[in-house]
Design a protein around this ligand. Structure first.
Ligand SMILES: Cc1cc2nc3c(=O)[nH]c(=O)nc-3n(C[C@H](O)[C@H](O)[C@H](O)COP(=O)(O)OP(=O)(O)OC[C@H]3O[C@@H](n4cnc5c(N)ncnc54)[C@H](O)[C@@H]3O)c2cc1C
Length: 413
């Protein structure tokens, strides 16, 4: 019998598990490594659960820079800093600013759209194999806004029209008809009809992982410290163990830089910290995710209750949870809905973000048997399956008909 090619995947978040499942489809023998149990506290557990194929417009846009001071000063706004981390992030901020030109924004929008457009069909290939009854809803996702910053909304609407992302503009009456419990503070909105939402991202992630195990995938619970090579074969190393593979995928989300630095590649990955809380028993108050754009937060009806999600906090991976950000979510939720009880479950998670808001998907610069799959920022939940599918095709040397160069880590060389 032909010996199977062995692939080690470091990180069993949604990116690692989806990569594992698609690699299995290609006939590889796959081992997943994670320091935690899949389904537990990572970004893939605590996100807003949006499957957002429309969301191709990045945060780096020409108008964002003028909005930043007001956002930072407002306790209701989405943006926050941990001041002790700001000096460490200056190089990242400078690259971010460089990417705020119209040209660079459109480049990112084009190449995010290229993969976002394929995101849901790729998930369907994985979801067809598991029972997800009641866990994925097809009610669309609604964004609402009041009359501030209308220029920003116009910009987004126009770009979506230009790149062909489907959207339905809503007036006040239409918003009220769809979500009658939301207080009428809004001016207008948009419905992305094709978008879906997860009623429990952690449970879906776990079900995908269990399917990976069922198909003879292996899982080893270990904190991976290093990577090196034995006659060119990559070795995954923990403090006391080593495992040799034919090829390795790094999919550690916001924590991937620790390993890519060891491969002599300086990829400017950092994190946008985000938060959630739950209002138990309140998921019936809305029928679909609602995002209030003026304050940059959203609410998703989930099994755990109404999940309120938001904040972009620059503060690295080590700082503790900011109570002020939890208070921000509570007051924002109460601004939109009456009668909410005490909140529960304060959660902090780490979005993996590159300063040009494109992920890194592809081979490493220095080693052609090491592949990267990380940096999916606000959209890593949506992009799990399609990124895993692309990685599986790259590793099996298959053509994709996609332009994959923009996702290469070489763009930072
Ligand atoms: C508040 C918030 C809301 C979000 N909402 C949405 C949304 O609605 N829609 C959307 O598409 N995206 C959303 N995202 C983004 C999305 O959640 C992330 O982009 C995605 O989950 C990243 O997946 P990942 O597998 O790359 O990383 P993770 O989920 O972080 O998984 C990485 C895994 O690697 C493991 N790991 C790390 N280092 C090591 C090591 N050295 N050794 C072993 N294991 C290691 C970790 O334990 C972890 O399990 C949101 C994120 C946040 C924080």
């Amino acid at each position: 019998m032909e010996k199977k090619i062995k692939i080690g995947v470091i990180g069993a978040g949604i990116q690692g598990v989806c990569s594992g499942l698609f690699l299995q489809k290609k006939g590889f023998e796959v081992t997943l490594f994670d320091r935690n149990e899949p389904g537990s506290q990572a970004a893939s557990y605590g996100n807003a659960g949006h499957f957002s194929p429309y969301a191709s417009i990045p945060l780096n846009r020409p108008d964002i820079l003028t909005d930043v001071p007001a956002m930072l000063l407002s306790s209701y706004g989405p943006l926050a800093l941990k001041w002790n981390y700001v000096p460490k992030m200056i190089p990242w901020f400078l690259k971010f600013i460089k990417n705020c030109s119209t040209k660079n924004m459109m480049h990112t929008a084009k190449y995010m759209h290229q993969i976002l457009d394929l995101a849901l069909p790729a998930y369907d290939e994985l979801f067809d194999e598991i029972d997800l009854s009641g866990l994925v809803e097809n009610q669309g996702i609604m964004y609402i806004w009041n009359d501030q910053n209308l220029k920003s909304r116009e910009l987004e609407i126009n770009i979506r029209n230009e790149i062909g992302a489907e959207q339905q503009l809503l007036n006040k009456k239409e918003i009220h008809d769809l979500e009658p419990n939301i207080k009428k503070i809004y001016h207008g909105g948009v419905l992305y009809k094709k978008a879906r939402h997860a009623r429990n991202p952690g449970k879906i992630w776990l079900k995908l992982f269990q399917n990976f195990l069922k198909k003879e995938g292996k899982f080893i619970k270990l904190n991976i410290q290093d990577l090196n090579f034995d006659e060119k074969k990559p070795i995954i190393r923990s403090e006391s163990q080593r495992f040799v593979f034919d090829k390795v995928v790094i999919a550690c989300g916001a924590f991937s830089k620790k390993l890519t630095d060891k491969l002599y590649e300086n990829i400017p990955l950092d994190t946008e910290r985000g938060y959630h809380i739950h209002f138990k028993g309140c998921d019936h108050l809305i029928s679909r995710p609602v995002v209030f754009q003026n304050r940059g937060f959203g609410m998703t009806p989930m099994e755990q209750g109404l999940r309120v999600v938001g904040t972009v906090e620059f503060g690295g991976l080590k700082n503790s949870l900011s109570k002020s950000r939890i208070n921000n979510l509570i007051s924002n939720a109460k601004y939109l809905l009456d009668g909410l009880p005490e909140h529960e479950d304060e959660w902090l998670g780490f979005r993996p973000t590159l300063p040009d808001y494109l992920p890194v998907i592809g081979p490493s610069k220095n080693y052609n048997n090491i592949f990267y799959c990380f940096g999916h920022h606000h959209l890593g939940w949506t992009l799990g399956a399609i990124s895993g599918k692309i990685i599986s095709k790259m590793i099996s040397n298959e053509k994709t008909n996609l332009d994959l160069k923009p996702y290469s880590s070489l763009r930072f060389s």
